[in-house]
Design a protein around this ligand. Sequence first.
Ligand SMILES: NC(=O)c1ccc[n+]([C@@H]2O[C@H](COP(=O)([O-])OP(=O)(O)OC[C@H]3O[C@@H](n4cnc5c(N)ncnc54)[C@H](OP(=O)(O)O)[C@@H]3O)[C@@H](O)[C@H]2O)c1
Length: 262
Amino acid sequence: MEEPSVTTLPRGLAAFDLKGRVAVITGASSGIGRSFASAIVDAGGKAVVVARREDRLKDLVLQLGPDKVAPVTCDVGDHQALPAMALAANKAFGAPDIVVNVAGNTVRKQAEDLSPDEFLEVIKVQLMAPLHVAQQFVPAMKEKGWGRVVNIGSITTSHALPGTTAYAACKSGIAGLTRAMAKDWGPFGITVNALCPGFFATELTAPVVADEKRWKANAERTFVGRNGVTEDMHGALVMLCSEAGRYISGQMLYVDAGFTAN
Ligand SMILES: NC(=O)c1ccc[n+]([C@@H]2O[C@H](COP(=O)([O-])OP(=O)(O)OC[C@H]3O[C@@H](n4cnc5c(N)ncnc54)[C@H](OP(=O)(O)O)[C@@H]3O)[C@@H](O)[C@H]2O)c1
């Protein structure tokens, strides 16, 4: 096989510039996904923001500007709803170059109490949607010969945490899924990686934040002595979504200040 030719990498910060790039971000109505919409726009890109709560998405559009952000409401756990979501996303700013799969849920139960329906509810959103959402946009990326997919793992991608059976199964699955997607789509100029966040205060982690002792212990386990704020992930996201990240693929990038290394 002939090696693909390598274009010159833009120098310095230009390699991180997302000007002309369009990202679809799921789970953008709150927490990490909402923050990621700002990161993409701040780096010069445009974002199609996807979630179920329309009012939250509209509020984000008001904040960042309708010329840079477009809302699409969709339940990404509903496979049948994805083609309509993709149609609306393509209409907004043209075929997206980047998919950031942030939508997430959980059912906090001890392993012996988790029902099949509860397990499936988490699998649909946390494990199946990242593949099926990306599938909607990969054909256009292949045509362009350029694409980026960023999934979201977690500390549970590699470490056990209490009451996370369904969640940890999915987040461990994200590692295999990310590598398999990266392998299949790499020859078409598409990189696929996962960001694995430490602890960030969001709606999803509200019960953990409310447990002051546990929240403090989580902070103390990091090398910097604090839990994360969503901006802590922006640099890693922009790197993976931009030209700067073109030779990084199939990787789990832990943005956890050493929590999993400690
Ligand atoms: N916060 C942390 O410390 C942490 C750590 C590791 C990994 N993560 C992961 O990061 C991702 C974002 O979580 P977060 O902490 O930012 O929580 P969050 O604030 O609760 O955000 C979750 C987002 O997912 C969306 N969502 C949930 N189910 C959906 C569905 N069926 N269809 C479409 N959108 C759906 C929600 O929007 P709607 O309700 O409007 O649909 C919301 O925008 C998740 O994958 C989570 O597992 C978080």
